[in-house]
Design a protein around this ligand. Sequence first.
Ligand SMILES: [Ca+2]
Ligand SMILES: [Ca+2]
Length: 403
Amino acid sequence: MLRRTPTGPSTTTVMVGMTALLGVTALLGASVLWGDPGLRAAPATTGAPARHPLTSTDFIKANGTVLRTDSGAGAAINLRGTNLGGWLVQEDWMSPLGEFALDRGGWTVTASTGSHASATVDGEQATHWSTSGPQRAGDQIRVDLRQPTWVNRVTLGTDRVGEHPRRLAVETSSDGQTWTNVAQQGGTDQETVVRFGLQKTRFLRLVAVDLDAAPWSISELNLFNDPVAHDAGWTAQASATATGTTPAAAVDGDPTTAWQSGVPQAPGQALTIDMQRVIQMDRLLLDAGSAAPDDFARSWEILTSTDNVTFEHAASGFGSGRTTLVDFQGWKWGRYLRIVNHATAPQWWSVADVAVYTGNQMDRAGWQISASEGQAPERVIDGDVGTRWSTGSPPAGRPAHHR
Ligand SMILES: [Ca+2]
Ligand SMILES: [Ca+2]
């Protein structure tokens, strides 16, 4: 998300060279903006590095959930974004309260146990819902979104060390009665992030799956709708398919249906998806499904192609659970996706859902575009940088060099 950078007197600019801390910043070769008047730094208007020599007190380190100077012991730092040539780029990890999350206004939160369930959506890190006693399987917190809402990511955080859910399921429902398991995974200390295929749901609940002596607490709960490609019309083919399943079940947007290999995992097995158009993508999510969560590919490779003939390596890695998030480490363009299993395992291979992320861009499928003049305006959304729309000739009365 881009925001024009305000360069008022309260904003200071400091060049940061700690790549381990701020990999994104180092990657972009940019500076980081924050608004802490206590910091010694050059004014933003110069864009110059700090003029004083760097000392150990300038070393930024996370202290709990807060970034501080002086190796974690100094002043708190609130990141405001990455300065990209006058544009302030913000990422949601900079905001523990959910900068890019869905609007929680009107939501109703209830819990099966404990009190203060609404404290999970009050915008205050200091207020919590907690099971109070040990967490038990079946403990749950439920959100009524008031209206059907698209969602594909949940984050739940607590600053109470160790009070995360040991294992939790995410379930959706249109009526609050019948629930669909869309994800199940281990929790993480402080913040747990759960991703799943895009679902339109009115109700969502988080259910503890395992018991533990530690309580489960949540200080803030957020939902997200990360841009993904529409899967309408997608088709798929597989190297082998179990009786009663189809490759198409992997791309139908329904987490309860799955393609299954029908044979133990062996190197070279492949699932090839035709997305029907060239898509610019940066990540991919594979869900083995709730019926066979252990049937994830142990070793996978993702290939992309524009013609279903020549395939190009995009990413590879190892599966470790029901959900596999593949990061392409940049943009890939392709109409065809081929997921290849490279492992030998006694389990079948199962894919219930494939989600293709489109970065910060909305999928343009289905858009209609028109222009007041010129030819073929649809070329501006055809995914081909070699085609273009143009007015063709300068409008009357305007100098040619303003074209
Ligand atoms: Ca709270
Ligand atoms: Ca499915």
